[in-house]
Design a protein around this ligand. Sequence first.
Ligand SMILES: C[S@@+](CC[C@H](N)C(=O)[O-])C[C@H]1O[C@@H](n2cnc3c(N)ncnc32)[C@H](O)[C@@H]1O
Length: 245
Amino acid sequence: MRAKFGIDAPGVVRTLALLGVALGVLAWPVFALLRAAWGGAAAVAVSAGLALTALTLLTQSVWMVYSSLVAKHRLWHRTLDGLALRGDERVLEVGPGRGAVLLRAARHVPRGHLVGVDLWRAQDQSGNGRAALLANARAAGVADRVEVLDGDMRDLPFPAAEFDLALAGLAIHNLPAGERARAVGELLRVVRPGGRVVILDFEGTAGYADALRQGGADAVHTSARHWSMHPPVRLVTATAPAARP
Ligand SMILES: C[S@@+](CC[C@H](N)C(=O)[O-])C[C@H]1O[C@@H](n2cnc3c(N)ncnc32)[C@H](O)[C@@H]1O
């Protein structure tokens, strides 16, 4: 069986696609009606506007599916590769969903241990659930190294300095804006001194970087936008401080 990782924000993808199809289908009858009532130029202007909007919505929908199925995997592969991991790290991901990132990380730490903590919200990923992640872990042959817990990223059930690497992909933006710094603080707390934090998201990244600096993290870096994904994302990386402030 092959691992299947689902589509992120499936409701948004569906709404964009349905609106796009509806507007596209409307463009022709609107053109015919307006040509009879107002003449050719007005009919062309309005129906071309409708068709263009339809195309934009459909493009966004397809781009989001491409992000979930292809672009996200490639970007995380490059990012994890760039961390030059030893291979025996303990890795945490908050909000792993069906495991696209966590199980990719498993390939980068062949002797490592991986832990995912999630609330498994259906609206955030199609088919989301701990059973789906565990089935994917079995399909990838890493189930013996993967541990999955129900929990909230704002209150992680681990002592300090438990992990070498903490990841969050398209997860923290789901929190109310005022709660995000708390989740970032938790990532930093559970990473050992000198360990790494990597966050990928399409909004809130300036706030994540601020929260990491305020938590005393070193080498906080925010990438340029990656346009291969929609919405385009940034990566925020940081190193946990040797001494806690
Ligand atoms: C868009 S999915 C991303 C899944 C995975 N990181 C990936 O990139 O494929 C966001 C995930 O964050 C989880 N999530 C949302 N709020 C959470 C919270 N407060 N604590 C833990 N997980 C949360 C959702 O259940 C979902 O699995």
